[in-house]
Ligand binder design. Structure first.
Ligand SMILES: [Mn+2]
Length: 277
């Protein structure tokens, strides 16, 4: 298979779609961080075969099958079977030390691995950062960005309008959407993940959802050993990887169906949680 062509076709299609998607689907299977875990991805695709998927990002690094995961996800995208969002690991900022470049160049010994990675890096820079689903739910890898110096959350319109070099990404709003986490705090607080990253608390969350006419946020990013966590009743974290350091995780996916959110265990296929959105 010509991987360079696959990733450049996907780059062009991502570019047409823009950085913030509007998605209308009655039923979606939402998948959290995969981190090179092809076995869990295969289990998801088998159990929920024929579904439309939405992937929340972090396809590569940590696990050793990042290229297989990324290829499978991109093929689903090109076949119109999936929406594919960007995670903070879809960036050279993470891939240099996170394992993906070593997977390509040292483990798999791909000839011209740098050239292939260059194509992948360009594709990452065009991946959408957020999706508004059925006008009700925001899907995003990390969460809502803080617009400094206002101490107010940025809007989806502002995220949609982000321009410039998006490879790292350099833009603070795009960067935060991929990196921020919810917290038990009341406002915004600096994140232990590093400079330029914020934790978002209850009141900015409520203001953001109200202003955008949204009811909930579906996101990944945070390692949770049970595969699912809820924050402030409206933020749902989904984690879907058992790769590398996540061996003991019980991976979950979410099924969003007509305003009802159900969380399923990937390995048993059992529903563990149900909520109205
Ligand atoms: Mn992440």
């Amino acid at each position: 298979m010509d991987l360079k062509k696959l990733f450049s076709d996907a780059r062009r299609k991502f570019e047409e779609g823009g950085l913030a998607l509007d998605v209308a689907e009655k039923r979606l299977v939402v998948v959290g961080d995969l981190h090179g875990d092809k076995d869990t991805l295969d289990a998801v695709l088998k159990r929920w075969e024929g579904s439309k998927f939405l992937f929340l990002g972090d396809y590569v690094d940590r696990g050793i099958h990042g290229l297989e995961v990324l290829t499978a996800v991109v093929k689903l995208y090109l076949d119109d079977k999936a929406y594919v969002l960007r995670g903070n690991h879809e960036s050279p900022l993470m891939n240099e030390d996170g394992g993906f470049i070593d997977e390509l160049c040292l483990l798999k010994r791909i000839p011209n691995c740098g050239e292939l990675y260059g194509e992948i890096e360009q594709m990452f820079s065009k991946m959408p950062i957020a999706a508004r689903v059925n006008g009700e739910v925001l899907a995003v890898h990390g969460g809502i960005p803080l617009k400094e110096p206002s101490m107010e959350p940025a809007s989806l319109e502002e995220l949609r309008a982000v321009e410039g070099d998006l490879i790292l990404p350099g833009d603070p709003l795009a960067y935060q959407a991929l990196w921020n986490d919810p917290c038990e705090c009341e406002t915004f607080a600096p994140s232990p993940r590093g400079p330029g990253i914020w934790l978002y608390g209850k009141s900015p969350l409520e203001r953001f959802l109200k202003r955008e006419g949204l009811k909930a946020i579906l996101r990944g990013h945070l390692y949770v050993s049970s595969g699912y966590a809820q924050h402030h009743g409206v933020v749902h974290t989904i984690f879907t990887s058992r790769a590398g350091p996540y061996r003991s995780v019980k991976p979950k996916i979410a099924v969003l169906d007509g305003g009802v959110l159900e969380i399923y265990d990937v390995l048993t296929g059992k529903a563990i949680h149900k909520a109205d959105i």
